[in-house]
Design a binder for this molecule. Structure first.
Ligand SMILES: [Zn+2]
Length: 472
């Protein structure tokens, strides 16, 4: 009985930086496709670049995928552990006449390059060692793949359709370096074969690599996998996304409090569509995902769109879970929310999360509860003439011991009428005094969340500070 599943996909990041947003989408598409086809999704860490690979980035990639709940099958496959196998294949290719030793020195290659540059033709290696028949001893060499010299190759890409190139444009690429280290294209091809990858789904920038890797597959008489190259994600200005962009890595989105399910939904719709549907549950995205609905042109990042999808997910998360997410988020990126405030926040989440587009918004809205401070610059914003009004409000509440919405509304209305002021004239100073910020929830909500004692305490504290300032 054949137990090998038909579809096996892989995500193959290099641990040389934080997980890129485009990488996260590639992982998502691979995962969804394998789930849809009831296949397997494997994770391969391409760590053969020893100089740039770092363990902290490996950990970061793993934790980010877990955060996104993109779960792979089996243990992560570590490419550097398979180097012997890559070298072995390079030597088979040499033995079978599909590769050759190139003895050119760096200097010689530099000179070649210069010559091409002067003639204004794109540089590819001149192939001058391709026909050396005799072994040159004592001279260091690289192994180069003997690419086809003429004819055309067609890549039947599942996203791009037929991509045809002239074989003459594929250079005799290096497969083994002078220090016996395999190169990317060799390692990737060998690993894809050994991992029995059926579908290689990856970024558009790998298209030229596909033509090189296919040649290795052909020479080894291996079954060539299917390829699907996804157009890249561009910045909102339509430029290629670079690491300098402040929204280029998944971490950038975590930091501002985007929920993983919202980011996943956003990434799914970035370059893929299903009818007019915008919101997809996990089950729906698995059920509907296919490769043929992936668009052929680059997608642009749309920050407003991410935020509005995030707002939707915030609204549909129950308060218990939302509170947990907020506590976790604050501890990671802001400050720890002391335990005694968890319940107060939970009770008041309905207004604290109102209009919030991110966990950061909820954090900012609820900060007055657990981390209260009126800074000097905020105090300055309160006009002296308003202090008498606040004192009046304070004494009424202290006497009647009531901060219900009806009561507050009643006394505010009266004051507005007699003093001939607007609501803002008393609302703004009161909000600054109670929360330390002129922006935030409605006064009535703030009052009910603080309770009578805390409400009065904060006003007292404020006036004691002002008195102190006047004395100084
Ligand atoms: Zn050479």
């Amino acid at each position: 009985m054949n137990t090998i599943p038909k579809v096996i996909t892989r995500f193959a990041p290099s641990p040389t930086g934080n997980l890129h947003i485009g990488g996260a989408r590639t992982a998502l598409f691979n995962w969804l496709f394998s789930k849809n086809q009831k296949g397997k999704f494997l994770l391969r860490i391409e760590d053969t670049d020893v100089q740039r690979s770092k363990n902290e980035y490996y950990e970061q990639i793993i934790s980010t995928l877990k955060w996104l709940e993109i779960n792979w099958d089996e243990e992560p496959y570590i490419q550097s552990k398979n180097v012997e196998s890559h070298i072995n294949v390079a030597n088979i290719l040499l033995k079978n006449g599909h590769a050759y030793k190139c003895y050119c020195t760096e200097k010689e290659l530099e000179e070649e390059k210069k010559l091409y540059l002067e003639k204004k033709i794109p540089y590819t290696y001149s192939k001058k060692c391709r026909n050396i028949l005799e072994e040159v001893s004592n001279k260091p060499f690289v192994l180069r793949f003997k690419s086809k010299l003429d004819g055309k190759t067609t890549l039947k890409d599942l996203v791009q359709g037929n991509v045809v190139i002239n074989n003459s444009t594929i250079e005799d690429f290096v497969i083994l370096r002078k220090d016996n280290k395999p190169t990317y294209n060799l390692s990737a091809a060998v690993d894809d074969y050994q991992m029995k990858i059926s579908h290689v789904i990856r970024g558009d920038d790998h298209k030229i690599n596909a033509f090189k890797q296919i040649q290795i597959f052909e020479s080894m008489e291996w079954k060539i996998p299917e390829y699907a190259h996804i157009p890249l994600i561009h910045s909102k200005e339509g430029k290629k996304l670079s690491k300098r962009d402040d929204a280029s890595t998944v971490e950038d989105y975590k930091k501002i409090g985007i929920l993983p399910e919202a980011l996943r939904n956003y990434l799914l719709r970035l370059g893929w569509s299903y009818k007019d549907k915008e919101i997809f549950s996990e089950e729906e995205s698995i059920e509907f995902f296919n490769l043929k609905n992936i668009g052929k042109s680059p997608s642009k990042l749309d920050f407003d769109r991410i935020k509005s999808i995030n707002e939707f997910y915030i609204k549909s998360t129950n308060d218990e879970i939302l509170l947990e997410k907020l506590i976790h988020y604050s501890e990671l990126y802001k400050e720890k929310i002391p335990k005694q405030f968890h319940e107060i926040i939970k009770i008041n989440l309905s207004f604290l999360k109102n209009k919030s587009k991110s966990l950061e918004d909820i954090y900012n809205n609820s900060k007055y509860i657990f981390s209260y401070e009126v800074k000097e610059d905020q105090m300055q914003k309160i006009e002296k003439s308003k202090l008498t009004i606040i004192k009046h409000i304070y004494s009424l509440i202290k006497k009647d011991k009531d901060i219900s919405k009806d009561y507050l509304k009643n006394i505010f209305d009266k004051i507005i009428e007699t003093e001939k002021i607007n609501f803002k004239d008393l609302g703004q100073p009161l909000r600054i005094i109670l929360t330390g910020s002129e922006y935030g929830p409605a006064i009535y909500d703030i009052a009910s969340s603080l309770g009578l004692n805390e409400f009065l305490n904060r006003i007292e504290l404020f006036f004691s500070k002002i008195d102190k300032n006047i004395k100084n």
